[in-house]
Design a binder for this molecule. Structure first.
Ligand code: COA
Length: 330
């Protein structure tokens, strides 16, 4: 809607570690094979952060530095920085504050949002509110996870899926009809049973027993997650279309969470949306949790055109899920 202020994405930049963990590497670590992983998930390799002393904040810092350079933004101009992550550097303080320090964003404040694979969606919707209400004019939203820090590389059910990475967007006000237009975000905490990291929080603080029981790793009931993911992503895209009086033909791109290629295909089939206009990079990076959506935006940035109707959709631990409708701004 022209004249109304929307928060628009005016730049995106990503960063992934150089080290690759291929399906063939995994064949040597657990009882699996390239054919199984490729056909069941669509993943061929993932990136793993191995730089000594580096953690999630360092991946965020690289992504944000690139974003600032690309958009000609000075660190001191940033008002707010939000990080969607479940693998922050420490339990506290939050990673957003650490990133502000590392990039020299002296006038910014920020915080982390823990919504697992929906972390970037929740963070983007949150950041957009501050811009849309004219509270702030430069908000950076990052999705980042160092999943390798919470993956059990003896568990073939999870270790084939996840990887590390980070990507960031800049949100600024626009009055030309571009920007974040609507969103549907959902949550159902009863899903925590099927996708979680059992220990390390206040329920099961770290102890010799929790370490011995391998409870500091991500665990999932893959089948259960799969079914809920397809349902949750499809239904929130449909809600957005109904609310905005759009049909699927009005959508130029769908940017789905990269959890499993079969989940992505199934969502597109349910929506009767052509796969050529679905962003996909899962074969290279696997599931980078909160980083998948902005990494896709980064990768497809050159193919998007100003005015394109884009729907972001994700599903993750919690359960958390939802979709965001935005009009591309450049
Ligand atoms: N290599 C080889 N075999 C494997 C394997 C692996 N890496 N992982 C599991 N298997 C085996 C299972 O043990 C099972 O063997 P069984 O029949 O002898 O018991 C068989 O393959 C089928 O397992 P199943 O769990 O039914 O496979 P699946 O088709 O559901 O695929 C996932 C498993 C995890 C890939 C899939 O369920 C998935 O992607 N779920 C969503 C997970 C997700 O996205 N999580 C992130 C949060 S959004």
């Amino acid at each position: 809607m022209p004249n109304k202020i929307h928060a628009a994405i005016t730049g995106v930049h990503g960063w992934v570690p150089e080290d690759r963990l291929t399906n063939f590497d995994l064949e040597k670590m657990v009882d699996t094979n390239d054919e199984w992983i490729t056909s069941r998930t669509g993943i061929r390799e993932r990136r793993i952060l191995k730089t000594p002393g580096w953690a999630t904040s360092d991946m965020c810092t690289e992504a944000v530095k690139g974003l600032l350079e690309k958009t000609g933004t000075k660190p001191g101009e940033i008002d707010m920085l939000i990080v969607g992550t479940i693998t922050g550097d420490m339990v506290f303080p939050d990673t957003a504050n650490t990133v502000c320090d590392k990039i020299g964003a002296k006038n910014a404040f920020g915080y982390d949002i823990n919504a697992a694979c929906s972390g970037f969606l929740y963070a983007l919707a949150t950041g957009a509110q501050f811009v849309q209400t004219e509270t702030y004019s430069k908000v950076v939203v990052v999705g980042a996870d160092m999943m390798s820090s919470i993956i059990d590389y003896t568990d073939r059910n999870t270790c084939v899926i996840f990887g590390d990475g980070a990507a960031a967007v800049l949100l600024e006000p626009r009055k030309d009809g571009t920007g974040i237009t609507d969103f549907v975000l959902r949550g159902d905490g009863s899903g925590r049973e099927f996708l979680h990291m059992k220990a390390g929080g206040s329920l099961h603080p770290p102890s010799a027993e929790t370490v011995a029981a391998r409870e500091h790793y991500a665990w999932q009931d893959g089948k259960r997650v799969f079914v809920h993911a397809v349902r949750g992503m499809t239904s929130t895209v449909e809600s957005l279309l109904r609310r905005n009086k759009m049909t699927i033909e009005d959508v130029n791109w769908i940017v789905p969470h990269q959890a499993n290629m079969r989940i992505i295909t199934s969502v597109a089939e349910h929506l009767e949306f052509p796969m050529e206009r679905v962003t996909i990079n899962i074969s290279k990076y696997g599931n980078t949790t909160a980083a998948t959506l902005p990494l896709c935006l980064w990768e497809y940035e050159d193919r998007f055109k100003k005015g394109d109707n884009i729907i972001l959709t994700a599903f993750g631990g919690g359960f958390t899920w939802g979709s965001i409708y935005l009009v591309w701004a450049y």
